[in-house]
Design a protein. Structure first.
Length: 414
């Protein structure tokens, strides 16, 4: 029996924040997305693969800030490059600094579809400008989409405050169901500007899923037949699955792609990249500008992050550790007799509980993640985790042991 954590400071700050900020915390970080009363709500510091909450509890951080932390927290080489830029050059000016070109060249060298790029700040910025470019280039309005693409009006699930006309031309399709997409294309194909998809499926609360053989190829064939564009949302897969993105890993190249999260190890930057002719729509026909988009600090961080990733084979390291972790957790799950599934290997480890008519899976899920957080493993019940370069083999062996112990506790509910 492992005790509940001391969360006095977390609870005090949460109460205070309820009075200051609607819901105290934004979106996915709210307590109901974890196990309420069991998880911390405020972190204080982070280093490498670990985080410490405001009550002093230290965790193995397997959520990695929902994806941006690819090497580790407070990576000195990256932070020093950023500090140098602050001290010696500055980063917020009325004109663009030359580092923009250096980063763009690097991205073109790495990512197959990126003949040209534009830098923005968040994943939502990148997917949204992608949709606008696709519409501007094709002069069509309809979009077929699959996956989470951010909080903007055209794609967000919660429809509060959004007039229907802003999303009425956007149709959602099922991942790995080419028939479904073909039918939508038969109906709307000549008006479709783009199909946008997360090339690896990572839906909230459900297993991570790889594309079936022929699925992405089928999408490519459909857009080509109807004169539409294929856009990948690589916000999670970019700089994690492969330095060239999932497109390089899987071999089907889109016309446009959105990247963000891991590219700068936590500094806020994202981009849209694509074929030159399509991206050049941004010269005149499609507008894009924002005060902070050219800010050079995250550009410095991105270049340094990519340099380290290339120099130290960071993604190979993550892949090896992720494969090993997946193998041991799969064995633990098989031995446990608990109806749950491991997916997302090697990059996005996730344990989901198999649904059943009596909804036991809900209780198992809550108990499992309760036990896990008490054992100082920070994972999220409704979202896959991540492995970063600074997670050591011992960290991941410890995580696997804690998973085994937590599943044993779940057995008591069966
Ligand atoms: C696949 C995908 N696309 C887009 C986004 C939106 O990115 P952001 O939260 O940086 O706006 C996310 C964020 O989680 C994402 O996972």
């Amino acid at each position: 029996m492992t005790n509940k954590l001391n969360l006095d400071q977390t609870n005090r700050l949460y109460k205070e924040a309820l009075d200051l900020i609607p819901g105290a915390i934004l979106g996915i970080r709210r307590p109901y997305n974890f196990v309420e009363g069991e998880y911390p709500i405020f972190f204080e510091t982070a280093k490498g693969g670990k985080v410490i909450d405001v009550d002093g509890n230290e965790y193995l951080d397997m959520l990695c800030a929902y994806g941006p932390i690819i090497i580790g927290h407070r990576e000195e080489e990256i932070d020093n490059a950023v500090i140098d830029q602050i001290r010696n050059k500055g980063f917020c000016m009325s004109l663009t600094q030359q580092i923009q070109n250096k980063l763009a060249k690097k991205l073109r060298e790495l990512i197959p579809c990126c003949e040209k790029v534009v830098f923005v700040k968040t994943g939502s910025d990148a997917t949204t400008i992608g949709v606008r470019v696709a519409r501007g280039y094709t002069k069509r309005t309809k979009i077929l989409r699959c996956g989470y693409h951010g909080w903007h009006s055209w794609c967000v699930e919660g429809k509060g405050g959004i007039p229907e006309k802003l999303y009425e031309d956007v149709f959602e399709f099922e991942y790995n169901n080419l028939d479904h997409v073909s039918k939508l294309m038969q109906t709307y194909g000549n008006d479709v500007a783009a199909i946008i998809i997360t090339p690896i499926n990572h839906p909230g609360g459900h297993e991570v899923e790889m594309p079936k053989p022929g699925f992405l190829e089928g999408l490519r064939e459909l857009v080509d037949r109807y004169g539409a564009l294929l856009m990948y949302d690589e916000i999670r897969t970019g700089f994690r699955v492969n330095l060239g993105g999932a497109q390089k890993e899987l071999g089907v190249i889109p016309d446009l792609a959105a990247f963000g999260k891991a590219m700068a190890n936590g500094y806020p930057i994202s981009f849209l990249g694509g074929k030159k002719e399509i991206m050049d729509t941004l010269i005149k026909d499609v507008f894009l500008s924002s005060t902070f988009f050219p800010n050079s600090l995250p550009q410095v961080a991105a270049l340094k992050t990519i340099e380290i990733m290339q120099r130290d084979n960071v993604l190979d390291g993550i892949r090896i550790k992720g494969d090993k972790f997946a193998k041991s957790v799969t064995e633990i799950i098989d031995d446990s007799g608990i109806p749950c599934t491991f997916s997302g290997s090697p990059w996005m480890p996730y344990i989901t509980f198999d649904s059943d008519p009596n909804q036991l899976y809900r209780k198992l899920r809550e108990e499992f993640y309760r036990q896990l957080i008490r054992r100082k493993i920070f994972l999220q019940p409704y979202h896959h985790g991540y492995i970063c370069y600074r997670h050591t083999n011992e960290d991941l062996e410890n995580a696997a042991n804690m998973i085994a112990e937590s599943l044993k506790e779940c057995k008591k509910l069966m």
